[in-house]
Design a binder for this molecule. Structure first.
Ligand code: ATP
Ligand code: MG
Length: 429
C-alpha cells in the first residue's frame, strides 16, 4: 500500500509568482533595465548566500535586520555561519572590494533579485521579497546623490505614478552624530517612563533608532527629541544644500524629515525615502542614502558611495493602480488546424512566422475546431490562422480576427494563398 503524501506548501511569507503576474514583473524589469542603462548603470550579480559576519558588520548588530530578521544557519559540512542576503548593499560592496573594482575608477552598478527577512507577513511585507538595488560606488557627491533621486523621479514618471513623494534628511558625519548621540541619550534617560522595552534596550546602543519607532505612545517624545539636523556643521549643511538645489533645478519636490534615519547603521549625509499613501501601512517604496564609511568598514580602501533599494512587490502593487505595467498576451497568432496534413503544415508555417519575429502558439494535440477557438481566445492572440482540409487542398490559410478589427470595415475573416500569408500577417498583427 502506498502511503499518502501530505501536500507540500510554499513557506509562509514566500510567494509563488504565476505566469499572469510574472509577465508584469518581466515588463517592469525590462522598463527598469532601460531606465538604468540611460544613466550608465551596469548589472552586477552577487550570491544569495554570504557569510553571516558580512551582514552583522555591514548592517550593524543593533538593527531590526540583524537582531531578528535574518535567515541564518550553520553549514553542517564545514561549520560556516551563513545568511541568506537580507539586502544587497553589503554583498555588492564585498564584491567590489574582493575584485578591486574601485582601484582605478568609480562604478555605477545595479542588481535585482530576491532578499530574505524573517518578518511578520502582511500586505507589502514578505519573507522573500525582491529589490531593485542601485549603487554608485566611489562617488563623493552631492551631484550623484541628487542624480540618483532625480533618476527615481524619472522612473515614477515612466511608470505613470504620481502619488509618491520624497522625504529627505541628512545624517551628517560621524563626529556630528556623536555629539547628537550624547544629547539624545541624555534626553532619552530623562524620558525613560515613556520608552517601551525595545527602546530602553536600544537607547545606549542605537539611540537614533529609538526615534524611528512606530509605537504611538512614543511619538510625542520622539518629535521633541534633539534633532540630528541641528548638530550638522557647515560642510554637511553645504552638501545637503547642494542636493536640495539640484532637486529644485529638476523640479523635484521634497519634504525635510528630520526623523528619517533609515533602518541600517551605515548611512551618513544624504538619506531619503519615497513614500505613498496608497499602500496602507507599508508605504515606503524606495529607501536609500550615502554610506561613505561602509567600504572601509568591510575591509576596503576608503571610498565614498551612495545607493538605494526599491521594494519590487510594493512598486508593482502601486503600478496596478496606474495601469502602465500590463501583461502582454501569451501570443500574437494562434494557429488552428484540422487533420494530420494540416497539423504538419501548421508547425512549418509557425516556424516561418517566428522567423518574421511573431509570437506564435500552434494548438497542441488534435481536438475539434470549437475547442481550439476557445483556446485561441483565451490566449489573448489578436489573430487565428486556420488550416483545415479545404485550406490544405487549395494551398491557402484563413486568417480570423479574434479582437476588434484594426481597420473598420475590414472583414472578420479572409482566406489568402500561402505565399501571401506572411505578408498579410505582418500587416495585420
Ligand atoms: P520597512 O520600514 O518597511 O521595514 P526597511 O527600512 O526595512 O522598510 P529597506 O531595508 O530600506 O526597508 O529596504 C528597501 C525597500 O524594500 C523598502 O523601502 C521596501 O519597499 C522594501 N521592503 C523592505 N522590507 C520588505 C518586506 N519584508 N517585504 C516587502 N518589501 C520590503
Ligand atoms: Mg524593515
Amino acid at each position: 500500500m502506498t502511503q499518502s503524501f501530505q501536500k507540500v506548501r510554499a513557506l509562509t511569507g514566500m510567494k509563488d509568482i504565476l505566469p499572469d503576474t510574472s509577465s508584469q514583473w518581466e515588463t517592469l524589469e525590462a522598463t527598469v533595465r532601460a531606465w538604468l542603462a540611460a544613466y550608465g548603470y551596469r548589472n552586477m550579480r552577487t550570491p544569495v548566500l554570504e557569510q553571516t559576519r558580512l551582514f552583522t558588520r555591514g548592517i550593524g548588530e543593533v538593527t531590526d535586520i540583524v537582531e531578528k530578521e535574518m535567515y541564518s544557519f550553520t553549514d553542517a559540512l564545514n561549520n560556516e555561519h551563513l545568511t541568506m542576503r537580507p539586502e544587497f548593499t553589503a554583498g555588492m560592496v564585498r564584491a567590489s572590494i574582493e575584485h578591486n573594482m574601485l582601484y582605478d575608477r568609480p562604478h555605477r552598478v545595479y542588481a535585482m533579485g530576491p532578499v530574505f527577512r524573517h518578518e511578520k507577513p502582511q500586505r507589502g511585507r514578505y519573507r522573500q521579497f525582491h529589490q531593485i538595488d542601485v549603487e554608485a560606488l566611489g562617488f563623493a557627491g552631492p551631484d550623484i546623490d541628487a542624480e540618483l533621486i532625480i533618476m527615481l523621479g524619472r522612473l515614477w514618471k515612466i511608470l505613470g505614478l504620481s502619488d509618491i513623494r520624497l522625504e529627505l534628511n541628512s545624517l551628517g558625519q560621524a563626529h556630528e552624530r556623536a555629539a547628537h548621540r550624547s544629547a539624545l541619550i541624555e534626553y532619552l534617560e530623562q524620558h525613560q517612563e515613556v520608552l517601551d522595552e525595545e527602546a530602553r534596550r536600544r537607547m545606549h546602543t542605537n539611540p537614533l533608532r529609538v526615534l524611528d519607532t512606530k509605537n504611538p505612545a512614543m511619538q510625542d517624545m520622539a518629535n521633541n527629541a534633539p534633532r540630528l539636523f541641528d548638530f550638522l556643521g557647515a560642510e554637511s549643511l553645504a552638501h545637503f544644500q547642494e542636493v536640495c538645489d539640484r532637486l529644485s533645478d529638476a523640479g523635484i519636490e521634497y519634504r525635510l524629515n528630520p526623523r528619517l534615519v533609515r533602518g541600517l547603521d551605515y548611512y551618513n549625509l544624504t538619506v531619503f525615502e519615497w513614500v505613498t499613501d496608497r499602500l496602507g501601512a507599508q508605504g515606503t517604496v524606495c529607501g536609500g542614502g550615502r554610506y561613505d564609511g561602509l567600504i572601509e568598514l568591510l575591509g576596503g580602501k576608503p571610498a565614498p558611495a551612495v545607493g538605494f533599494a526599491i521594494g519590487v512587490e510594493r512598486l508593482l502593487d502601486l503600478c496596478a493602480h496606474s495601469g502602465e505595467v500590463t501583461s502582454p498576451p501569451e501570443c500574437q497568432v494562434y494557429v488552428i488546424h484540422q487533420g494530420a496534413a494540416a497539423q504538419r503544415l501548421a508547425a512549418r508555417l509557425a516556424e516561418q512566422m517566428r522567423d518574421e519575429g511573431l509570437r506564435v502558439i500552434v494548438h497542441a494535440g488534435s481536438t475539434g475546431f470549437k475547442s481550439q477557438f476557445k483556446r485561441a481566445d483565451a490566449s489573448g492572440a489578436s489573430l487565428a490562422v486556420i488550416l483545415g482540409e479545404d485550406e490544405v487542398a487549395s494551398a491557402s490559410a484563413s486568417i480570423k480576427w479574434l479582437r476588434e478589427p484594426a481597420i473598420e470595415g475590414q472583414p472578420q475573416q479572409e482566406t489568402v494563398p500561402l505565399d501571401r500569408l506572411m505578408k498579410e500577417l505582418k500587416l495585420k498583427v
